[in-house]
Write a protein of this length. Structure first.
Length: 425
């Protein structure tokens, strides 16, 4: 279906900056857009924040403070409309639940409640999943844009679990940071649907996180999983506010999936996609050579986010399992860096580079991990690969919405969220 094809193609749409600078790369995969809700495209700027919200309040001693503040302001004015819609210029000006959720997370991390509320309200008003006029649940339609008739609406009602996890995480933390109990109430409602619609039981009765609807990611014998969607830190937060479901069991299966995904790789890297048998619990690669747009098991643009998500579990909840995974699964990338001072954007299960270009988004996500486990390497990545790609609020290319988000999220220190906000005490 279009949903599966588009999610699989996501990994390729951020290579444009390198395509423009390297003669060997001549084409990229673009995503088509569709959507929900009848809003028309508006101004490409948001209302000016009041001074009382802080000029993006980050402590003076926060590393990269000026870059984080400047790039957030640039992102708000270029990518977020006045009504809170986040625009993906590389995909026919569409919007996605992922983009909306990233904007909420970033608003939270930089203490910008105005933009947080705008992006949340637009999403709630436009990304509802419906059958006819009836709302079916509180998850978000993953894609919104112009259809073949030029109408801005939703034509794909599937959800992307990572976006709903990110949005719900942001809601819980925002409810505490800004004392907004209505955010917590909405988060609790979403958690019911996340559990019921985006988890499935596998071997031994263990529950696993699905990347989206069960009919798209399960077969009679297997679950098709995306390691970069796994967010142990979020499941720990969810367990704090929802005692009806065993969210901590997803922490356990998340690390099981991450570790087994890395074992499928000869060089120990996580993959964009992996398959697990529902009876034997055997992990296998997803590979369809005759269908290049289908999900594949390789280390690429989806898998980059594993470093960031696991690093948050290590930083926020002091997880020894998280730190151990970051140290072991990153060994091949560390070796490549020390031997050639660059990392290919995509690597197959045998450890072979599939492309000769790099990705700023990979360096940013890896930076988040190395900041905890190898500070000297983290500083090299920052000085040699991240800051040189940054100019006047933008990384790489003006239209690269995905890179803007991953670069920023990789650079922002987890410590900007106080411990009492993480614990709710």
């Amino acid at each position: 279906m279009d949903y599966l094809k588009s999610k699989a193609k996501l990994q390729f749409r951020v290579v444009m900056p390198y395509i423009r600078t390297m003669a060997a790369i001549t084409t990229m995969v673009a995503l088509s857009g569709c959507s929900f809700g009848g809003m028309v495209k508006g101004e490409t700027s948001v209302p000016k924040l009041e001074a009382s919200t802080g000029n993006y309040v980050l402590a003076a001693n926060i590393q990269n403070r000026d870059v984080l503040s400047e790039s957030w302001q640039a992102y708000r004015h270029k990518f977020i409309q006045a009504d809170g819609r986040v625009i993906d210029y590389q995909a026919s000006d569409r919007s996605t639940s992922e983009g909306q959720a990233y904007a909420m997370l970033r608003s939270l991390l930089i203490n910008d409640p105005t933009t947080f509320d705008l992006t949340l309200k637009w999403s709630e008003n436009n990304l509802q999943r419906k059958e006819g006029n009836r709302q079916t649940d509180h998850l978000w339609c993953w894609k919104w844009g112009r259809n073949a008739l030029g109408i801005w609406e939703a034509s794909d009602r599937n959800f992307a679990t990572d976006a709903d996890i990110d949005a719900t995480t942001a809601l819980i933390l925002a409810s505490r940071l800004w004392r907004r109990p209505e955010y917590l109430q909405l988060a609790k409602v979403k958690l019911q649907d996340l559990w019921n619609l985006s988890t499935a039981v596998g071997a031994g009765g263990k529950r696993y996180l699905l990347p989206g609807p069960a009919d798209a990611f399960t077969t009679a014998s297997a679950l098709h999983l995306n390691p970069s969607y796994l967010a142990p830190y979020a499941f720990r937060l969810f367990a704090q506010v929802d005692s009806d479901h065993n969210w901590l069991s997803l922490v356990d299966t998340s690390y099981e999936v991450l570790e087994n995904s890395s074992r499928l790789s000869a060089v120990g890297l996580p993959s964009d996609w992996v398959s697990v048998d529902k009876i034997s619990n055997k992990y296998e690669p997803l590979s369809q050579p005759d269908k290049p747009s289908a999900p594949q098991s390789l280390y690429s643009y989806d898998a980059y986010r594993v470093w960031w998500r696991v690093s948050l579990d290590a930083a926020w909840f002091n997880s020894p399992q998280a730190r151990r995974y970051l140290e072991t699964a990153s060994q091949h990338l560390q070796h490549l860096w020390y031997s050639q001072s660059r990392l290919p954007a995509s690597i197959d299960l045998q450890g072979k580079a599939l492309v000769n270009y790099e990705a700023t988004s990979q360096y940013a996500m890896l930076y988040a991990a190395m900041r905890l486990t190898n500070t000297s390497l983290a500083n090299e990545l920052l000085q040699k690969k991240l800051l040189p790609q940054y100019k006047q609020g933008i990384w790489d290319d003006q239209s690269a919405y995905y890179t803007q988000n991953l670069a920023w999220l990789g650079l922002v220190p987890p410590s900007v969220i106080p411990a009492e906000i993480l614990t709710g005490k």
